[in-house]
Ligand binder design. Structure first.
Ligand code: BES
Ligand code: MN
Ligand code: ZN
Length: 504
């Protein structure tokens, strides 16, 4: 979809050519004399337009308007969440007439947050998946024009939002693809395509290289599949080389059968979404490539299938992770943490300022937080608060859960350094405790997106979360980095380590 930002007053909007004109109506507005304001005042007087966010009034060929269809959408309190629901409702209603050009204006001046919400909500509501349909209905909305009183002042926010949309849609595309159209090899290919963007590089490792690195846990998960594993290393360089990067690690299980600890058949198809963490990392790089912020970011994606086979890892098998820690695989369905622990250990070599892993890790997190907030775990309070603020701002929210050492009790093993599962209680937390064992060298956070990465039921499909949260976080980090340029460097010893690792 083509996004455009244009200076347009509410009076000018009436003469704007569009298939649908959406007017976001702030509570109490409509006092001016132009055609649209007059319509709003009339509708309000008649009791046909309520102030609750998302309430709509559809008008057909109203007087004084160039657009044949005009949708008045109430903004309620005007907060970003209300802007989102108003735009979502309006685009949902507008879709019925298959519009090509949609213009959105607001009765009150939009700020940066509002314009971002408009762009992201409009894209979300108009998204269509088509890749594996023979007669794909294309997205009918080709052009979305946002009219604002002072387009110049909103240009940057608008550009960042449009780039975030490109990232969200890339994440949706790959997460939505069925597993036979999203193998580890195809997913790695999508990452390689991102290297066409300025300042983005990509390197892909295969089974031999991964085995040579000593990634015994990742290898164990992949060994039951006919599809070879891939380990993706993406880099974005927007800041001086010696600035410590943020490392993102995305769980890339392209299909999770559970392995020998097989999952039940019902809804098993949804385990094609088990690479949503990986997809979100690709999405973030897509956005970074477009925005070009002053920050360094590394993206790591361990990608493989978790399958049943004569070669599959078995309950009770002990594997050796890259960190040297041995792991008793008590349940082969707890595979995400096995591939992530090796990727987290690999992250050390970048001497990162922070490492954030993103994973559809546990059903227990879905039980705890549902589909509203992602689970956030962190060993670092300032990282946790930065992520949670970024999520609030992007309306891609998360909620911090605890990491008390007592939760690790159940991970004890008689046959290895650690087991890959504990009891049923606190399952999202015990999974995070397992990961934490591999993160002692850097500030670390873990986002469990099992409940938020996709929707089940009639609207089954990927959400593109938490691309919005992550892009927002990285942009605010880049602004901080610029503000105190020179600082934020990796500690000397870590830099030395990093240099060594890079040449090896
Ligand atoms: N991919 C699943 C987690 C999941 C389950 C995501 C349901 C979304 C919806 C993960 O690999 C898994 O199977 N986790 C197990 C862990 C258990 C065996 C300790 C789970 O949550 O049941
Ligand atoms: Mn599993
Ligand atoms: Zn899984």
């Amino acid at each position: 979809m083509d996004f455009q930002l244009k200076t347009l007053s509410i009076a000018q909007a009436a003469s704007e050519k569009a298939d649908v004109l959406i007017v976001l109506v702030a509570a109490g507005s409509g006092a001016s004399k132009d055609a649209l304001s007059a319509l709003i005042a009339q509708a309000r007087k008649a009791g046909d337009l309520q102030d609750k966010a998302g309430k709509l009034l559809a008008l057909y060929r109203p007087e004084g308007c160039a657009a044949p269809r005009v949708l008045l959408a109430s903004l309620g309190d005007g907060k970003p969440a209300s802007v989102r629901s108003a735009v979502a409702a309006a685009i949902g209603a507008a879709k019925g007439s298959n519009p090509r050009r949609v213009v959105i204006v607001a009765t009150e001046a939009m700020d940066a947050a509002a314009v971002g919400s408009v762009v992201i909500a409009a894209a979300d509501a108009s998204y269509v998946y088509g890749t594996t349909k023979s007669k794909a209905e294309p997205r009918t909305i080709r052009q979305l024009v946002v009219g604002a009183d002072d387009a110049g002042a909103l240009r940057q926010a608008f550009g960042e939002a449009a780039a975030t949309v490109a990232g969200i849609e890339l994440a949706k595309e790959w997460a939505n693809r069925p597993a036979n159209h999203c193998t580890p090899t195809l997913l790695a290919g999508a990452a390689e395509d991102l290297a066409k963007l300025p300042n983005v590089k990509c390197e892909v490792l295969g089974p031999k290289e991964v085995a040579k690195l000593g990634m015994g846990a990742f290898t164990a998960v992949a060994q039951g599949s006919a599809e070879p594993l891939r380990f993706v290393v993406l880099r974005y360089h927007g800041a001086p080389k010696d600035r410590a990067p943020v490392v993102l690690v995305g769980k890339g299980i392209t299909f999770d059968t559970g392995g020998v600890s097989l999952k039940p058949a019902a809804e098993m198809d949804e385990m094609k979404f088990d690479m949503s963490g990986a997809a979100s990392v690709l999405g973030v790089f897509r956005a970074l490539g477009e925005i070009q912020p002053a920050i360094n970011v590394v993206g790591l994606v361990p990608a493989c299938e978790n399958m049943n086979d004569g070669r599959s890892v078995k309950p009770g098998d002990v594997v050796t992770s890259m960190s040297g820690q041995t792991i008793e695989v008590l349940n082969t369905d707890a595979e995400g943490r096995l591939i992530l622990c090796d990727a987290l250990d690999y992250a050390k070599r970048f001497a990162p300022s922070a490492v954030i892993d993103i994973a559809t890790l546990t059903g227990a997190c879905v039980v705890a937080l549902g589909a509203v907030r992602s689970g956030l775990f962190s060993s670092d309070d300032s990282l946790a608060s930065a992520l949670s603020a970024a999520g609030d701002e992007a309306q891609d929210r998360c909620w911090r859960l605890p990491l008390d050492d007592d939760y690790a009790e159940g991970l004890k093993s008689n046959f290895a350094d650690v087991a890959n599962i504990a009891g049923r209680a606190g399952g999202a937390i015990t999974a995070a405790k397992f990961l934490q064992r591999f993160t002692s060298d850097f500030p670390w956070a873990h986002l469990d997106i099992a409940g938020t990465a996709w929707k089940s039921g009639a609207a089954k499909g990927a959400t593109g979360r938490p691309v919005g949260l992550l892009v927002n976080y990285l942009l605010s980090e880049s602004r901080k980095g610029v503000a105190k340029a020179g600082s934020g460097k990796a500690p000397k010893a870590a830099r030395k380590r990093a240099g060594k690792a890079r040449t090896s």
